[in-house]
Design a protein. Structure first.
Length: 270
């Protein structure tokens, strides 16, 4: 799988913020050592962003007209490049190694470390019958809000509850949610994923888009799941077993020491 990466993702930082440059640097270094091929993205254009976000939202991000601990003000070039990396991944069937993440951003709101919804933008730009699999530990409330009721996209999420953002407690229309309790063991998680993949298989998508979080890891500081390094390799194999053209974008995962090997294991599954 090609790795879509821009050094721009390392250029901004907020001291003490868990969504830090080291997350991407550690993955980059691990994948480079493993011999993966890297390709460069172009920043998303305004018209790409407006496929899922409002003009007002775009202008808010452009002028950094917001404030918050979760989403500190940053230059718009960073979320534009992150969306562009995910677009590129959708075109080359690659892995977008990028930040900031996107799945909490809705049409009118930035939240949860997210400014633009990267995966939603890429999916809408492709215009194919798509299944989105979200296996970040947090529910992608923004992605669900954007696609709820769509007839050409389904959203399937495994996530911990209770946990931020306290959504995704039940399935709605085309959005299929699989909430998991804190301290869920790996065996239970993988069995739940198997059920989620059955939903995707029955939908018969032309494309699979994966919001990949590594915060389901047993040692992640922000959650309480119990996946191991080997578990991510199993997830990669299970997802690739659908035999559907697939692209992936990075969402969460905050154990900086281990995130490189976790991502390597996941990609080895493909």
């Amino acid at each position: 799988m090609l790795i879509v990466y821009s050094p721009l993702s390392l250029e901004y930082d907020t001291p003490g913020h868990p969504e830090c440059p080291d997350r991407v640097k550690q993955i980059h270094d691990a994948l480079k050592s493993a011999g993966y091929r890297f390709v460069s993205p172009e920043p998303a254009k305004k018209e790409d962003i407006l496929l899922v976000h409002s003009e007002e939202h775009y202008e808010t991000v452009k002028h950094a007209d917001y404030a918050g601990i979760e989403t500190p003000p940053i230059d718009i070039k960073y979320p534009l490049m992150s969306a562009g990396a995910t677009i590129k991944a959708s075109e080359v069937l690659g892995f977008a190694l990028t930040r900031p993440p996107g799945h909490h951003a809705s049409r009118e709101m930035l939240e949860g470390f997210c400014y633009f919804n990267n995966i939603a933008i890429a999916v809408r730009r492709l215009g194919k019958r798509t299944a989105i699999l979200d296996i970040d530990v947090h529910h992608g409330n923004g992605t669900q809000a954007i696609f709820l009721g769509a007839d050409d996209v389904i959203y399937v999420s495994l996530h911990q509850v209770p946990l931020y953002p306290m959504t995704g407690l039940k399935s709605e229309q085309n959005c299929h949610n699989f909430p998991l309790l804190p301290d869920t063991d790996e065996k239970t998680y993988l069995k739940t994923l198997e059920k989620a993949l059955e939903v995707i298989g029955s939908y018969k998508p032309e494309m699979l888009a994966v919001s990949m979080g590594f915060d389901t890891y047993a040692k992640d500081p922000l959650a309480g799941q119990h996946l191991t390094e080997n578990g991510y390799e199993k997830i990669g194999r299970m997802v690739s077993g659908l035999n559907v053209p697939t692209f992936v974008t990075l969402e969460g995962g905050y154990n900086v020491n281990d995130i490189g090997k976790l991502c390597s294991s996941f990609l080895e599954g493909f």
